[in-house]
Design a protein around this ligand. Structure first.
Ligand SMILES: Cc1cc2nc3c(=O)[nH]c(=O)nc-3n(C[C@H](O)[C@H](O)[C@H](O)COP(=O)(O)OP(=O)(O)OC[C@H]3O[C@@H](n4cnc5c(N)ncnc54)[C@H](O)[C@@H]3O)c2cc1C
Ligand code: SF4
Length: 436
C-alpha cells in the first residue's frame, strides 16, 4: 500500500500498468462499490477530475478507504496484473485521485430533489456516514444521532493516525457535511425502544449503526488493578489525550493480551508513547494470529515480543497497581478450532513477566444501549439479524448495518452496508409511499 502521495507522473505510469480488464475483478471485489477499474482508466487518460468524481462520488469515505482498506483482501487481492509481475497500487491511485479532488474543491456528491421525508441514522461511524450521504443524495432530510462528541466512530477514536491522517478523515467528513446532513453529536439513542421512538418522532425510517464499543474483559485475579486497560479505552485516550495514555505505558513494559489487528494498533501506540518491552500474548500460534499481515509485520519490525499459544492466568498487583502477569503455554484440544474454550494449559510451562501495564485486546461487543436496540430489532446470536440484500431488520422501517449487524468488520464493509441500506430505505419509502 502506498498512500504517501504519488506524483502525477507516478500515477500515470502506474495507471498504464493496468490491463483494463473486462468485468474488472478489482471493481467486483470492492464491498463499497468504489470502482477502481474506472478511476484507474480515468487517471490513465489524464482525467483526474473524473477519477476523483468516481472515488468520492461512489464512496462517501473514498479518501479514508484509500488509507485504511485491507486491499490485499479485496481489490488489490483480486488484481489480475499480479499474474504478470505485481498488482496495481490501487490504494495509491485512489489516494492520488481523492487528494486531487480535494485540491480542486470538487463536489462529487449533490443532494437530490427534496422528498419531504426525514430519515434518522444512529451512529456517525463509516456505516452511518455512508448511509447519511446516500440518503441525502436520494433527497431525504437526514439527522445523524451520535453518542460521542465528535464524528467518525472508530476512524476518529480507534484507528491510529499513522495509518489515517486526521486531515483525510476531515476531508471526507467535510464533503458529507456540505451535503446538508444534520449531525447531533453527544446525542446517544438509548433504551429498548430507542430506534422505535425515532419513528414515533416523525422519522420515516431509521438506520441503526452504533458499532461495537463494549470491550470484552477477562475474569482473572488482579483485573481491577491500576494499569489494566482495554484496547478501545487506551486507543481512544491515545487519540484524544495522548498525555493521559502515555502515563499508562511510558517507561513500562506492557502486556497486550490478544494477537489481532487491534492488538497490533495498541502495541504500535504504546511504542509511540514511550513503552519499553511490549508483549503480545495470544492463544493462537504465530501462523494463526488473526492480525492482518501488514500490521503483524510492522509490529515485528517495532520489536513487539510475541508469546503465541499462551494464556495469562493472573495479573500481579503491588500497592494497587499492575506489577506483572503470570501465565502458561497452551495447546488446542481440537486442532484448528481457534476459540478460547478449546485451549488447554500445558503442565510445567508457567511463566511470569514484569510489566507495568496490561491492555486487553480481545474484542468488543454491543454496549447496553446497542444491545437493547438489537434486541428490539430482532437479535440473532450476538448481533442484530438483517436481510443481507437490504439491511432490513425484522422491524418494518428499521434498518441496521456496520459492525452492529456483521460483527467486527472493516470500514469498507460498513460503507457497503450504509449504501445498501440507503438504497433499500429509498426503495421502501418510494414503493410504500410512506410519509413522515
Ligand atoms: C483500533 C481499530 C483499528 C481499526 N483499523 C481498521 C483499518 O485499518 N481498516 C479497516 O477497514 N477497519 C479497521 N477497523 C474496523 C473498523 O473501524 C470498523 O469495522 C468500522 O469502523 C465499523 O463501522 P461502524 O459504522 O459499524 O461502527 P463504528 O465505527 O464503531 O461507529 C459507530 C458509531 O456509533 C456511535 N454510537 C454507539 N452507540 C450509540 C448510541 N446508542 N447512540 C448514538 N450513537 C451511538 C459510536 O459512538 C460511533 O461513533 C479498526 C477497528 C479498530 C477498533
Ligand atoms: S484487476 Fe488490476 S489490471 Fe485488471 S482492471 Fe483492475 S487494477 Fe487493472
Amino acid at each position: 500500500m502506498s498512500n504517501t502521495g504519488m506524483t502525477v507522473q507516478q500515477a500515470i505510469d502506474e495507471a498504464h500498468r493496468c490491463m483494463l480488464c473486462h468485468d474488472a475483478p478489482c471493481s467486483v471485489a470492492c464491498p463499497g462499490g468504489t470502482d477502481p477499474a474506472r478511476f484507474i482508466r480515468q487517471i490513465r487518460f489524464y482525467n483526474f477530475k473524473g477519477a476523483a468524481r468516481t472515488v468520492l462520488g461512489n464512496n462517501p469515505l473514498g479518501e479514508v478507504c484509500a488509507f485504511v482498506c485491507p486491499t490485499e483482501e479485496s481489490c488489490v487481492g483480486a488484481c489480475l496484473r499480479a499474474g504478470l509481475d505485481r498488482p496495481i497500487d490501487i490504494d495509491g491511485l485512489q489516494a492520488f485521485a481523492a487528494a486531487y479532488g480535494r485540491r480542486v474543491g470538487l463536489k462529487a456528491m449533490q443532494p437530490g430533489p427534496e422528498k419531504g421525508q426525514q430519515v434518522a441514522v444512529v451512529g456517525a461511524g463509516p456505516a452511518g456516514l455512508a448511509a447519511a450521504a446516500k440518503l441525502v443524495q436520494y433527497g431525504y432530510a437526514v439527522t445523524v444521532f451520535e453518542a460521542r462528541p465528535d464524528l467518525g466512530g472508530m476512524l476518529r477514536y480507534g484507528v491510529p493516525r499513522a495509518r489515517l491522517p486526521i486531515a483525510v478523515l476531515e476531508a471526507d467528513l467535510a464533503n458529507i457535511r456540505d451535503l446538508g446532513v444534520t449531525f447531533r453529536p453527544s446525542a446517544p439513542i438509548e433504551g429498548e425502544n430507542g430506534a422505535l421512538r425515532l419513528l414515533d418522532e416523525g422519522f420515516a425510517a431509521v438506520f441503526v449503526a452504533p458499532g461495537l464499543w463494549k470491550p470484552y474483559r477477562l475474569d482473572l485475579p488482579g483485573m481491577d488493578a491500576k494499569g489494566v486497560s482495554t484496547a478501545i479505552e487506551f486507543l481512544a485516550t491515545g487519540l484524544t489525550d495522548p498525555h493521559a495514555a502515555a502515563n499508562l505505558v511510558r517507561d513500562r513494559n506492557v502486556a497486550v493480551i490478544g494477537g489481532g489487528s487491534v492488538a497490533m494498533d495498541v502495541a504500535h501506540t504504546a511504542k509511540l508513547l514511550g513503552a519499553n518491552r511490549i508483549y503480545s500474548i495470544a492463544l493462537e500460534s504465530m501462523t494463526e494470529l488473526p492480525a492482518a499481515e501488514r500490521e503483524f509485520d510492522s509490529a515485528l519490525a517495532e520489536g513487539v515480543i510475541f508469546k503465541p499459544q499462551c494464556q495469562v492466568t493472573r495479573v500481579l498487583v503491588e500497592d494497587g497497581a499492575v506489577s506483572g502477569v503470570e501465565g502458561v503455554e497452551t495447546e488446542w484440544i481440537e486442532p484448528g478450532k481457534l476459540v478460547p474454550s478449546n485451549a488447554r494449559p500445558i503442565e510445567g510451562t508457567f511463566f511470569r513477566l514484569r510489566v507495568g501495564a496490561v491492555i486487553l485486546s480481545i474484542g468488543q461487543g454491543l454496549t447496553q444501549a446497542a444491545g437493547m436496540m438489537a434486541a428490539a430489532a430482532g437479535k440473532a446470536g450476538a448481533m442484530v439479524s438483517v436481510d443481507p440484500e437490504t439491511q432490513a431488520t425484522k422491524v418494518e422501517r428499521i434498518f441496521a448495518g456496520g459492525d452492529f449487524s456483521r460483527g467486527a468488520g472493516t470500514v469498507v464493509d460498513a460503507v457497503g452496508d450504509g449504501k445498501r441500506a440507503a438504497a433499500a430505505i429509498h426503495e421502501f419509502l418510494t414503493s410504500k409511499g410512506v410519509s413522515a
